[in-house]
Write a protein that binds this ligand. Structure first.
Ligand code: HDD
Length: 737
């Protein structure tokens, strides 16, 4: 990798320029490289450059005496350590980042003048951070939660941040309620319980009093809140934004990210298990995929709505609790995001990156969505505390790829050495530099929206239909997805101690779907409130008549795009498959399966009763990747049981192997076994749930494969894994979870 020198204009030359990490080259990686340090092969020194002779002992009065205050080397080291931590993000504290590139397929100049959406030849460097919302930095990746999906585009016109989530709507309509929402979901203030969980009284108290959250809460209680991987979830800009073309014409737009691997989830029982076995599951998955070259890919999707259509729909485009159904406005896939490089340093990049949906470029603009407008304030404000002052934009991961010239100066940790006498405008002493930029030459001009209004604390009546899209979402789900939603509400409300809160929530659910509410009530052992008015949920605080929910029968019965059952299921790339083995395993059939799965891009691991080398039936030596002690079914997408008489006898008697299969069955995963491994399957609890004539069949039942291992068998296994899960297996309560 050549060491491309950064442009001197970036003001970074001569910075800590030791070794440059190998990385794909673009303007951003080159800029970052200039700030990268690598101590390999180097000598140790202090922060002032003094060579260190002894890093093991502090300076003492005698070898058993007190340490001397004089020891500036000790003081420097301890002082730095004492101040290593910064406040975690008040929300989205737990996250993982990756670098990548974005490229538009065809010019979108007819709707936007944004350069990165105009030139199909341009590769725009990006940095992405995925996150959970409620948990602390050290919490589990698998919490039931919304996921953040924040993308920064480093463009020559400045940074554009698309700070979205993996759900297309939000809990509240106005930013003034955001602190309340977050206070309610975070651990309760008296005892700081529970961590990274919404299943507690304060959250549901708030939600049950906030009917506008009905739509979002359906998403949060669906499997969307339990992604299989950051690489397998959709992203949404949530708000309606504006695109502006070179003629100044505006169109409304909703931004989407569509993962090429499809949108997939894990089961709730599985999520809880993963949280114990590998709380870094999503972080590790993203890291490993990128390290192995299986680069995560997403297509950018746009729903473009002509400005004339602003009032065409039965919902308000400015209401962030509503989505625009894809049946009404199709999503056009306009470009591709590829994540191709892991960060060099978590703190420097993933932790210090400061996203802000106010970071826009000419060609993109805001709307008056009141949630969006409040966000425009919050993101810069929060960095002042989090990153310690107004110079956070100079941190390498936050710098734009073009040099910054303006009259902002000084402050804590200022890096740039601004030359010259003038730091004001207009000036005559410095040629009036830096100069403003004319609109025709790329200067940013806000969209000239006509506003004629009174100042009022009000909300338009068009925001008060809280239930029709919640119902649309529920009606669009497959049966298993609906069952999961019922289970999720029953679990969460079951953890709520205050019965009145549970009941009030049942009132909300009844307004979305009576059947849903009845099933949840049954699980909780409660009766549905007999009198349900659209407003009972808000009456507790005596909301004035003007603010009451209205019941609207949505015109769309169902939207296929809302169900994950309809996602693409044509690849097993980067899926993890466990092969259960032991001494005496049949090496040939293992090779057939392993080779086929790896050729399709899957990751295969051999799991054995113990680590180290094993001897196959044909006396070949092979190595186990993990033992049953460190591996677990919940960390894999599918499982195959090897043949070979001795191996089969060992696995049948190995409780961990049988447990592995039982769990894979319970979580509806594909299971395959060599025809001679039948006795291992017979040791599981699910063998008596298989059809009576299963021994004759190759496909024992949906998602269970047995038989002679040949290429046809391997093909079938691949197809099963691509299906992801056989959720039908759960019915009716076949699977304990
Ligand atoms: Fe926010 C972080 C997404 C509403 C205030 N938000 C944050 C992150 C994401 C979102 C992905 C993490 C960025 C990162 O990885 O560093 N937020 C959203 C979405 C919202 C939303 C999709 C609704 C559509 N947020 C929202 C509101 C407010 C905030 C209404 C305040 C009025 N959000 C913040 C924040 C955070 C943040 C306090 C915490 C850390 C940070 O900004 O940098 O400013």
């Amino acid at each position: 990798m050549s060491k491309k020198k950064p442009s001197p204009k970036l003001g970074t030359e001569g910075a800590i320029d030791k070794k440059l990490a190998p990385q794909p080259e673009n303007d951003k990686t080159t800029q970052l490289a200039a700030h990268t340090a690598d101590g390999a092969g180097e000598k140790m020194n202090t922060n002032t450059g003094l060579p260190i002779n002894d890093d093991q002992n502090s300076l003492k009065a005698g070898d058993r005496g007190p340490t001397l205050l004089e020891d500036f080397i000790l003081r420097e080291k301890i002082t730095h350590f004492d101040h290593e931590r910064i406040p975690e993000r008040v929300v989205h504290a737990r996250g993982s980042g990756a670098h990548g590139v974005f490229q538009v397929y065809e010019s979108l100049a007819d709707v936007t003048k944004a350069g990165f959406l105009n030139d199909p030849k341009r590769e725009t460097p990006v940095f992405v951070r995925f996150s959970t919302v409620a948990g602390s930095r050290g919490s589990s990746d698998l919490a039931r939660d919304v996921r953040g999906f924040a993308v920064r585009f480093y463009t020559p016109e400045g940074n554009f941040d698309l700070v979205g989530n993996n759900m297309p709507v939000f809990f509240i309509q106005d930013a003034i309620k955001f602190p309340d929402l977050i206070h309610a979901v975070k651990p309760e203030p008296d005892n700081e319980i529970p961590q990274a969980a919404s299943a507690h009284d304060t959250f549901w108290d708030f939600i049950s009093l906030m009917p506008e959250s009905a739509h979002m809460i359906m998403w949060a209680m669906s499997d969307r809140a339990l992604p299989r991987s950051y690489r397998m979830m959709e992203g949404f800009g949530v708000h309606t934004f504006r695109l502006i073309n070179a003629e100044g014409k505006s169109s409304f737009v909703k931004f989407h990210w569509k993962p090429l691997l499809g949108t997939h989830a894990v089961a709730w029982d599985e999520a809880q298990n993963i949280s114990g076995k590998d709380p870094d599951f999503h972080r590790r998955d993203l890291w490993d995929a990128i390290e192995s070259g299986a680069f995560p890919e997403y297509e950018l999707g746009l729903q473009i709505i002509p400005e004339e259509d602003e009032f065409k729909y039965e919902f308000d485009l400015l209401d962030p609790t509503k989505l625009v159904p894809e049946e009404l406005v199709p999503v056009q896939r306009v470009g591709k995001l590829t994540l191709n490089r892991n960060p060099d340093n978590f703190f420097a990049e993933t932790e210090q990156v400061a996203f802000h949906l106010g970071h826009i470029v000419p060609g993109i603009d805001f709307t008056n969505d009141p949630l969006l407008q409040g966000r425009l304030f919050s993101y810069t404000d929060t960095q002042l505390t989090r990153l310690g002052g107004p110079n956070f934009q100079e941190i390498p991961i936050n710098r734009p790829i073009l040099p910054v010239y303006n009259n902002q100066r000084d402050g804590f940790m200022r890096q740039t050495i601004n030359k010259g006498k003038t730091s004001y405008s207009p000036n005559s002493l410095g040629n009036n530099d830096p100069q403003q930029v004319k609109e025709a030459e790329g200067g940013f001009v806000s969209y000239r929206e006509r506003i004629e209004a009174r100042k009022e604390r009000l909300r338009n009546k068009s925001f008060f239909d809280h239930f029709s899209q919640a119902r649309l979402f529920f009606n669009s789900q497959s049966e298993p997805e609906k069952n999961h939603i019922v289970d999720a509400f029953t679990f969460e409300l079951g953890k709520v101690k205050t019965i009145a809160v549970r009941e009030r929530m049942l009132g909300i659910l009844a307004q979305i779907d009576k059947g849903l509410a009845t099933q949840v009530a049954y699980g909780l052992g409660l009766h549905l409130p007999t009198e349900i008015s659209a407003n009972q949920s808000v009456s507790a605080d005596g909301a004035p008549a003007d603010y009451q929910s209205v019941q609207v029968e949505g015109s769309l019965g169902k939207s296929d795009a809302l169900s994950m059952a309809n996602t693409v299921k044509d690849t097993i790339k980067s899926r993890k498959v466990a092969i259960l083995v032991a001494d005496g395993a049949d090496a040939d059939s293992i090779s057939v399966i392993k080779n086929k799965l790896e050729a399709e891009g899957a990751v295969v691991e051999l799991i054995a009763p113990r680590g180290g080398m094993l001897t196959a039936e044909n006396d070949e030596q092979f190595e186990a990747d993990q033992s049953f002690l460190t591996a677990a079914s919940v960390l894999f997408d599918a499982v195959y049981v090897a043949g070979g008489a001795n191996a089969v006898a060992t696995l049948e008697a190995e409780a961990n192997a049988v447990h592995f299969l039982n769990e894979a069955f319970k979580h509806c995963k594909p299971i395959a076994a060599h025809q001679d491994a039948m006795q291992v399957i017979e040791a599981t609890y699910f063998s008596n749930k298989l059809p009576p004539d299963y021994k004759q069949d190759t496909v024992l039942s949906e998602g269970i494969l047995m038989g002679e291992v040949d290429s046809n068998y391997a093909d079938l296994f691949v197809k099963m894994i691509a299906q992801h899960r056989f959720w039908e297996r759960e019915k009716p309560r076949l699977v304990p979870a």
